[in-house]
Ligand binder design. Structure first.
Ligand code: DX5
Ligand code: ZN
Length: 225
């Protein structure tokens, strides 16, 4: 995976048909998705449960782009190797999942993946100041994690602050939650390069009618140019 700062749209399969992940991923990639965002929830760190490494391993052969795995679980460390084996390209842990985010990021890179760190809306940019050299992606949550389809919480100041802190390091700034054509433009202007979108990509379409996925992706991209 080479680094670039162009805008990347990462559909979250949280909004896809759970009984058809493989076909949904292939459809959304054919319609222009840049990365596939995979939300892992444990019912403990967040009040919802999705799936784990076995599902990630099952969908991996259907992903031709980048498998961007967002862990909303605590603890993280005992499962890092399982997600590496499942084929995650990027593995993102929450700074709030603690207690040793520095060790977690080292372990993710040590397992051969790109390392991401996510910040809840209530967590300041400064929380990652001392781990910048250990991470490849910072995920700024613009909803409280746990569910798709929630109302966007503006975090532009945090995004600008992070870009300042990052300087010329090769770190992606990803936005997750409530991204749609009305919110995407300002986020990219503030410094984001990866836009996760669940409902705003999958709405109106299905595996057998996937053109709306393409229209939705193009509408988000157009809002950023
Ligand atoms: C929320 C997840 C998001 C979610 C985004 O906890 O991390 O990735 O799927 O969904 P939308 O785009 O519908 O807000
Ligand atoms: Zn996510």
């Amino acid at each position: 995976m080479s680094f670039d700062r162009s805008v990347k749209i990462a559909p979250s399969i949280l909004a896809a048909d759970f009984a058809a992940f493989g076909a949904e991923i292939e459809a959304v990639e054919a319609q222009g998705a840049d990365w596939i965002h995979v939300d892992v929830m444990d019912g403990h760190f967040v009040p919802n449960i999705t799936f784990g490494p076995a599902t990630c391993a099952a969908i991996k052969p259907h992903i031709g782009t980048v498998m961007d795995v967002h862990l909303m679980i605590a603890p993280v460390d005992p499962y890092i190797e399982d997600f590496a084996k499942a084929g995650a390209d990027i593995l993102t842990a929450h700074v709030e999942a603690g207690p040793h985010i520095h060790r977690t990021l080292q372990a993710i890179r040590g397992a051969g993946m790109k390392a991401g760190v996510a910040l809840n809306p209530g967590t300041p940019a400064e929380a990652v100041a001392h781990v910048l050299d250990l991470c490849d992606l910072i995920c700024v949550m613009t909803v409280n994690p746990g569910f798709g389809g929630q109302k966007f919480i503006p975090m532009h100041d945090k995004v600008r602050k992070l870009r300042e802190m990052i300087g010329d390091r090769e770190i992606h700034v990803e936005i997750d939650g409530g991204v749609d054509p009305t919110t995407a433009g300002d986020l990219v202007t503030a410094g984001a390069d990866v836009l996760v979108a669940g409902s705003a990509v999958f709405r109106g379409g299905s595996v057998s009618n996937s053109e709306p996925y393409g229209e939705n992706i193009r509408a988000i991209r157009a809002a950023t140019s």
